[in-house]
Design a protein around this ligand. Structure first.
Ligand code: ADP
Ligand code: ZN
Length: 679
């Protein structure tokens, strides 16, 4: 029997476990009942796939969606694993093949929809097939109070009792109620070994922006990421359609998705998104659980999500492969009012509504945050990390000012008009506008009339939005959305507390679009495109999604480390033995082809001594790309830097470090100096 670590490398092509995976894999291999809660993209599937290969017999995997099962089976087969699925979507040959594998004992993983458990023969069949482990994906589907409840999941507990084998359950939903329900329904209330992994998704960049010209904001965000797969979540069905059209006008491939579409049309969009490289889907939240694509490079919210949990789940669909991913969430005063109204007018009991307001407040706090977004987000989940350096507020700190005075003016305007008006009229009062409404109601004689002239109308709008974001004012559905003060505002009104507001979101948000982030350096970009083109061609020939061949993270590493032999190629993360055999040579050819084209920086040195030095520096760098022992993080200097190093006049450690920086000097310094001193 091979060890887990060997299989990890040979079959899946990974050098190391992700945080948390190792412990879970150990427990599952040992045959413990386990419950693992990991964020989306954390790598849950590996935690049952790998033990299934180590353990004798068959592992049956219960999974809620046929599309997810087929993808996993396809991925496993591409890695050389005997896996199959029994679903209603099977062809006769597929089903026959699964049966053969079960009878002759070669099948290791059998995927099955929960509906199958309803048929009497299934239990007996699984027993006879020698099932030794049950894995349950998306285990929260057993929760009757959740959105994804699947009645047939309730049969799993019975299956476990009948087969008397260990069960491993996986979910990304972490709230305590759901967890308890899983333990009760799947484990008969016997506490399994439980693993709760941190919620951070460090490769996802977080950003919020106040709505200014929302459509333009989304279009420019997408334009900066042309050719990358993305999702735009919209608040309404109509907006998914208009925004998709606008994106197509902007030269993108885009289509829309919402719950009002025919089932067949929805499936078509799901399939296209899964298979195509660079499709944008504008969607309502109906586009959800079935989205398992690992290489979604960005997620934008054209409207504010419902709660902090929804936000986390929706942005979490980006970057499951661990490669960089970007998000942008737009919000405005109207969104806040809309979400409040939705809660107030919903049918939930009062305590539930209060809790929902709390979840919305947590999201608004994040939207109006003054410091690191990730700290804010993770503190909601009970974690306490340092500032992340990978969100809009870490990139560019918020400009704040003491907003106590204007906030008190605004509160006073609301109170003196008996809390019967919306922001528009209150702002007119503060600015001393001469409207009919003001004259008719005699509001020009109020003490607050015209006291707010230090701020412009758009600035007041931003102040009101932030006040709603801090839950100082709430629209009252029984008063047609008139703003009413909440208890949170009392200390400010009484002069017992002050409040800081953001100045930059008061100024035009137009320039605040996130800057374009390249996935690789300029030098490596052409090679990455060439590798992607090869991947697309292979995927089309095989009729499957591109990431089944290699995911983005693997291609990025290939572009950066440029392996020249199959041995070097095998060291790239995500290249297992089977994939090396199937695709290794094809990708090596692409890399070799690219290498023949002389880099422009190198061409400039042609015919000079520095040209030869450059080539030797490049060779020295290739040796040390992954450090002395070949296990370090891949690093390479850009061609422009190497050209400068090659032309260094009086090479010594200091001059070199100034040029390439400490980190690079540590890895390459000695080797480069050897080259330079020999030249
Ligand atoms: P989840 O089900 O938790 O959302 P998946 O099982 O789909 O996540 O894994 C997400 C991605 O992470 C996949 O593309 C998978 O290949 C990759 N992955 C899983 N484990 C590792 C690992 N140890 N090293 C590198 N990549 C991994
Ligand atoms: Zn941050």
């Amino acid at each position: 029997m091979q060890s887990a670590a060997t299989l990890l490398k040979d079959i899946f092509g990974f050098d190391a476990f992700r945080p948390g995976q190792g412990e879970i894999v150990d427990a599952v291999i040992k045959g413990e009942n386990t419950l693992a809660i990991m964020p989306t993209g954390g790598g849950k599937s590996l935690c049952f796939q790998l033990p299934a290969l180590v353990r004798p017999g068959v592992t049956v995997v219960i999974s809620p969606l046929i599309a997810l099962m087929r993808d996993q089976v396809r991925g496993l087969r591409a890695a050389g694993v005997a896996a199959g699925a029994l679903t209603s979507g099977n062809t006769e040959e597929e089903t026959d093949e699964v049966w053969r594998g079960l009878t002759d004992g070669t099948l290791k993983l059998l995927y099955m929809a929960p509906e199958r458990l309803a048929s009497g023969g299934t239990q007996r069949m699984l027993h006879e097939a020698g099932v030794t482990l049950i894995a349950v994906d998306e285990a929260h589907c057993v929760s009757q109070w959740g959105h994804d409840f699947r009645p047939d999941y309730l049969r799993i507990g019975e299956l476990r009792r009948a087969l008397d084998v260990p069960l491993a359950a996986f979910t990304a939903t972490a709230d305590a109620e759901t967890r308890d329900e899983i333990v009760e329904k799947l484990f008969d209330g016997q506490q399994p070994s439980t693993f709760l992994r941190g919620f951070d998704r460090p490769n996802i960049h977080l950003a919020f922006a106040a709505k200014d010209s929302p459509r333009q904001q989304i279009l420019s965000f997408a334009a900066a990421r042309k050719g990358q797969s993305g999702i735009v979540y919209c608040g309404t069905r109509a907006k998914t359609e208009t925004l998709a059209a606008a994106l197509r006008d902007g030269g993108h491939t885009a289509c829309h998705y919402h719950g009002g579409m025919e089932a067949q049309d929805r499936r078509d969009v799901e399939r296209r998104f899964q298979q195509e490289d660079g499709l944008i889907v504008t969607a309502t939240v109906a586009f959800g659980m079935g989205v398992d694509k690992p290489d979604i490079r960005w997620v934008a919210h054209a409207d504010l999500p419902k709660s902090i949990e929804s936000y986390y789940q929706e942005i979490g669909r980006a970057g499951r492969d661990g490669a960089p991913a970007e998000t942008l969430t737009l919000f405005g005063a109207q969104d806040i009012a809309f979400r409040r109204q939705q809660i107030d007018e919903g049918l939930a009991p009062a305590d539930r509504r209060t809790a929902d307001h709390g979840r919305l407040n947590a999201l608004l706090g994040l939207a109006e945050a003054l410091t690191c977004r990730r700290q804010n987000l993770l503190s909601y989940f009970g974690e306490d990390p340092a500032p992340c350096g990978h969100c809009d507020l870490c990139d560019k700190p918020a400009e704040v000012f003491d907003g106590t005075t204007p906030v008190r003016m605004a509160l006073s305007a609301a109170l003196r008009t008996d809390e019967w008006f919306g922001a528009g009229h209150l702002i007119d009062i503060l600015l001393g506008a001469k409207t009919d409404k003001i004259r008719q109601r005699g509001h020009d004689s109020l003490p607050t009339y015209g006291v707010g002239k230090d701020y412009t109308k758009p600035q007041w709008q931003a102040i009101f939005r932030q006040m709603m974001g801090h839950d100082l004012l709430r629209p009252d559905p029984e008063r047609h959305g008139a703003l009413r003060m909440t208890d949170h505002a009392l200390p400010i009104l009484r002069g017992e507390a002050t409040i800081d507001l953001r100045r930059d979101s008061i100024r035009a948000a137009r320039s605040a679009g996130p800057k374009v982030r390249q996935m690789v350096s300029e030098e490596d970009a052409p090679l990455l495109s060439a590798l992607k083109a090869k991947r697309r061609a292979l995927a089309e020939a095989a009729g499957g999604p591109a990431y089944i061949i290699f995911n983005d993270k693997t291609l990025i590493e290939m572009a950066e480390t440029r392996p020249t032999t199959l041995d070097e190629m095998a060291r790239v993360g995500g290249v297992g033995a089977k994939k090396l055999e199937s695709y290794g040579n094809a990708f090596l050819e692409v890399i070799a082809g690219e290498a023949q084209q002389l880099h422009p920086q190198r061409r400039k040195l042609a015919g000079r001594a520095a040209g030869a030095t450059y080539d030797r520096l490049l060779a020295a760098q290739a040796e040390l790309q992954r450090g002395q022992d070949g296990t370090g993080r891949p690093m390479t200097c850009s061609a422009a830097i190497l050209a400068k190093v090659a032309q260094l006049r009086n090479p010594d450690v200091d001059a070199l470090t100034r040029l390439i920086g400490d980190r690079y000097a540590e890895r390459f310094g000695d080797a480069f100096l050897d080259v330079l001193n020999d030249a």
